[in-house]
Design a protein around this ligand. Structure first.
Ligand code: AMP
Length: 119
């Protein structure tokens, strides 16, 4: 019996350069690009190139070093594009606002208003 094939996530298609995005940072393991619907002066998504982990809980259990790389990437991005301070959000589960089930961090920075959240 053949395995059911899973469509690549929208983020995998961005990583494969099949659909365009404004890429702001890249390493061997991560890609970061501007969110298409920004909710802050700086709103960047940091995405592991692997789509093995659907959310941050799976990532923390399966590859904590990669999660640490995401935090370091967020810090670089906030230093380059704002004053170095930032909010890091991982929506986890549909009822928490997660719409793409390929783990990603929202990096929000630059004069954030009180209560600004990604969704
Ligand atoms: P979440 O709701 O936490 O799963 O976050 C998904 C995010 O992906 C949302 O903030 C969307 O605006 C963003 N998004 C969806 N499609 C694209 C795209 N093609 N390029 C950039 N950001 C996107």
């Amino acid at each position: 019996m053949t395995e059911p094939t899973r469509e690549p996530s929208i983020f995998s298609r961005i990583i494969a350069r099949e659909i365009p995005a404004t890429i702001v940072y890249e390493t061997e393991t991560l890609l970061a690009f501007e969110d298409i619907a920004p909710q802050a002066p700086v709103h960047v998504l940091v995405v592991p190139k692997t789509e093995r982990y659907a959310n941050v809980v799976e990532l923390a259990a399966g590859n904590p070093a990669l999660l640490a790389e995401m935090v370091t990437a967020a810090s670089h991005i906030a230093a380059e594009r704002a004053d170095g301070e930032f909010r890091l959000i991982f929506n986890t589960g549909a009822s928490a606002g997660q719409t793409v089930f390929h783990v990603h961090a929202h990096v929000l920075a630059g004069s954030l208003e009180e209560g600004t959240l990604a969704h």
